[in-house]
Ligand binder design. Structure first.
Ligand SMILES: NC(=O)c1ccc[n+]([C@@H]2O[C@H](COP(=O)([O-])OP(=O)(O)OC[C@H]3O[C@@H](n4cnc5c(N)ncnc54)[C@H](OP(=O)(O)O)[C@@H]3O)[C@@H](O)[C@H]2O)c1
Length: 270
């Protein structure tokens, strides 16, 4: 007998940051299980490309242009998604990233880290990345009494990685807020979990990991040396965790958890 444990047919999944490398792969994974997927982001080009990729694999998706840092924009996107698809059952918060001026190059002075760069990283990863979408879309889920929210945190939120100090601290706050919301909404039918990727080459970190000729940078090589699986992750390797947490049958008693996919990076100390 075929199991429907991971079946998402009839459900609407919203992926904020579905225009990006990891969010896009998550959107495709959800569509592959039958969900109608709303791909949300600012980049229409990349959004429409991902919609085409979903459609060519036999899935259903539409792009909604929105800025996660604006409550008004999030509310407009939510309303447009409901009027197009009828419901919102799953929310993946995949908007986020680091910025170079909020990192500490070797030998630099933490005391000189610019405050505006620090604030921008917190705004993107914590406010636009989780807080506003959870308020706006979470309200709808609570009204309906069911839903699954998946916040994309980072392995850097569990271990304060060198250099990326603002990003690590912001992602630590994402994991903390995930647990807070899990408790807050546990009896309201809404589960809230996090997925923490390790190192996955994407637009925002490619220069950090690779030289122009495709060899590892010094930092890239150090990361590989510290990763028991001795490689970076592939975006499709996050699909299982996302589909499992999205599927109300498969993960019905799971909330407040942080699922780590990092090739073993966080499990070793040397
Ligand atoms: N790659 C990794 O190794 C790694 C590791 C751990 C965690 N992560 C996390 O995974 C998530 C996805 O990152 P990625 O690596 O796939 O990077 P990415 O390709 O740069 O994707 C980031 C996405 O965030 C969206 N975004 C940024 N600002 C936005 C805003 N104001 N409103 C709406 N969307 C916004 C961008 O969409 P638009 O430009 O279209 O707005 C983009 O699609 C991030 O939270 C990142 O921190 C990544």
């Amino acid at each position: 007998m075929k199991s429907d444990l991971f079946n998402l047919e009839g459900e609407t999944a919203v992926v904020i940051g579905g225009t990006g490398v990891l969010g896009g792969a998550m959107a495709e994974a959800l569509a592959s299980q039958g969900a109608r997927v709303a791909i949300v982001g600012r980049s229409r080009d990349r959004g429409e490309q991902r919609v085409k990729a979903v459609a060519s694999a036999g899935g259903s998706a539409a792009f909604f242009a929105a800025d996660a840092l604006s409550r008004e924009s999030m509310t407009d996107a939510r309303d447009a998604i409901i009027s197009r698809f009828g419901s919102i059952d799953v929310l993946v918060n995949a908007a986020g990233g680091n910025r170079p001026d909020a990192t500490l190059p070797p030998g630099s002075d933490f005391c000189k880290l610019p405050l505006d760069a620090w604030r921008d990283v917190f705004d993107l990863n914590l406010v636009g990345g989780v807080l506003l979408p959870c308020q706006v879309f979470g309200e709808t889920m609570i009204g309906k009494g069911r839903g699954s929210i998946i916040n994309v945190a980072s392995m850097a939120g569990m271990i304060p990685l060198s250099r990326v100090v603002a990003y690590s601290a912001a992602k630590a706050a994402v994991i903390n807020l995930t647990k807070f919301l899990a408790r807050e909404w546990a009896t309201r039918g809404v589960r809230v979990n996090a997925v923490s990727p390790g190192f996955f080459p994407a637009e925002q970190n490619r220069k950090l990991l690779f030289n122009d000729d495709g060899t590892y940078t010094e930092r890239g090589g150090q990361i590989i040396a510290h990763t028991p699986m001795a490689r970076f992750g592939e975006p499709a390797e996050l699909a299982g965790a996302i589909v499992w947490l999205a599927a109300s049958k498969a993960s019905s008693f799971v909330t407040g958890q942080n699922i780590v996919a990092d090739g073993g990076f966080s499990s070793v100390t040397i």
